[in-house]
Design a protein around this ligand. Structure first.
Ligand code: S3P
Length: 174
């Protein structure tokens, strides 16, 4: 089966729903952040603080290029993957992209206490979230085969909705 690729802002539920989907569809689970960490042997926050965002984006690009060659995977992407259009192109070769769209206040509630997100390590998190969403929204939408609003859905509901959407598309492709 084609890959199912989850994109969306930090806190949109990509990691949790990817686990539920991989289990339910019996597909391989891949998380691009974890793959980067494994490749270089450092946590994302350390890569950002020691080498900077640019190096992180290069590592992320390499990981995506590699995993995009395989099939039958649920791929949970880091929130900034759509910033590079080559990532989107690579992911689309073997996969359907689902954008988990989430209300900014809901995102703020979910990520406000996280210490693991270097881009949100700022005093005014709300302002930062809004500004990043504003600069990324168009890219998420352009990349997406489907958009699902994840603001008010449980992980189970979200996984169910994604499976319904993919089913429709897979049937149409037959
Ligand atoms: C980022 C999101 C993070 C991680 C890195 C950068 C972003 O992943 O890739 O901190 O640019 O939005 P999550 O979306 O899984 O938190």
């Amino acid at each position: 089966m084609r890959n199912v690729v989850l994109v969306g802002f930090m806190g949109s539920g990509k990691s949790s729903v990817s686990k539920a989907l991989a289990k339910s569809l019996n597909m391989t689970l891949v998380n691009t952040d974890l793959a980067v960490e494994k490749d270089i042997g450092k946590k994302i926050s350390r890569i950002f603080s020691e080498q900077g965002e640019r190096v992180f984006r290069q590592l992320e690009y390499q990981v995506i290029k590699k995993i995009s060659k395989n099939e039958n995977q649920i791929i949970a992407c880091g929130g900034g993957v759509v910033l590079n259009s080559e990532n989107t192109e690579n992911l689309k070769k073997n996969g359907l992209i689902v954008y988990l769209r989430t209300d900014s206040q809901v995102l703020l509630e979910r990520v406000k206490d996280s210490m693991k997100k270097p881009l949100l390590d700022v005093t005014d998190k709300e302002k930062q979230i809004k500004s990043l969403i504003e600069s990324r929204e168009e890219k998420y939408l352009a990349a997406a085969d489907f958009v699902v609003d994840s603001s008010n859905l449980s992980i189970e509901e979200l996984a169910g909705e994604i499976q319904r959407l993919i089913g429709v598309k897979e049937d149409a492709a037959r």
